[in-house]
Design a protein around this ligand. Structure first.
Ligand SMILES: *Cc1c(COP(=O)(O)O)cnc(C)c1O
Length: 218
């Protein structure tokens, strides 16, 4: 299938309330531009270096999402333009984003990344850490960030029951925190599991290979 067919195929599976972040990591700028020309505006990248190569050569109204582990010393390179950092996985990182946002006279939208996969290879906060950070935020810490919601990745397994269980942990936390302050974004679901994620309450999916084709590496 062509890029356009892939893209329309994914769009056709998303309910109106579900946002698509097209994960463009490892794909060159010209391919991103093709998807941009089909109307897509939100793109996700997982490496700062790669993002910094693509951002200047692509249209200014692209909404860039950082979706991979972010080292604190690299926040400064993206703080001026990033639309959303989905991968806040430590308090230290959130502090740094807050500091760099202030330097750039802007607020930076972020999601707290929560580790829901049973596999222990992934970055992310525990549920308790996420709650603690959110409570600090509610009491006035991190004034230059806007915590918009939560992001999580399920295990790469075939067992649908397990995937649903993992997504439901994040959905429950989302509902619990939303009682304290309404949250907008529940980012879960990738090429392999986005239909399950949507059934589990996701309203923002991060889809890469199902649009751009298989990658050789992450
Ligand atoms: C690569 C990646 C995706 C997209 O994965 P696909 O399986 O290609 O859709 C989504 N989220 C994160 C955090 C990623 O690193």
């Amino acid at each position: 299938m062509s890029l356009e067919q892939n893209y329309q195929n994914i769009l056709s599976q998303l309910p109106q309330n579900v946002k698509l972040v097209a994960v463009s990591k490892t794909n060159p700028a010209n391919k991103i531009k093709e998807v941009y020309d089909l109307g897509q505006r939100a793109f996700g990248e997982n490496k700062v270096q790669e993002l910094l190569e693509k951002q200047p050569v692509l249209p200014n109204d692209i909404e860039w999402h950082l979706i991979g582990h972010l080292q604190t010393n690299k926040v400064k390179y993206i703080a001026g333009f990033i639309a959303m950092i989905e991968s806040i996985d430590s308090e230290k990182l959130l502090k740094e984003v807050d500091k760099e946002a202030a330097k750039n006279n802007r607020k930076i939208n972020v999601l707290l990344q929560v580790k829901i996969a049973k596999e222990d290879t992934k970055f992310g906060l525990t549920v308790d850490e996420a709650k603690a950070i959110f409570n600090q935020y509610l009491s006035g810490n991190f004034p230059n960030v806007e915590i918009k919601g939560l992001m999580g990745m399920a295990s790469f397994v075939d067992d649908e029951t397990q995937i649903r269980e993992e997504f439901s942990v994040l959905k429950n936390l989302f509902d619990e925190l939303s009682q304290l302050k309404p949250l907008e974004t529940l980012s879960m679901g990738m090429s392999g599991d986005f239909p399950i994620a949507i059934e589990s309450g996701s309203n923002s999916v991060r889809v890469g290979s199902a649009i751009f084709g298989e990658r050789n590496y992450f």
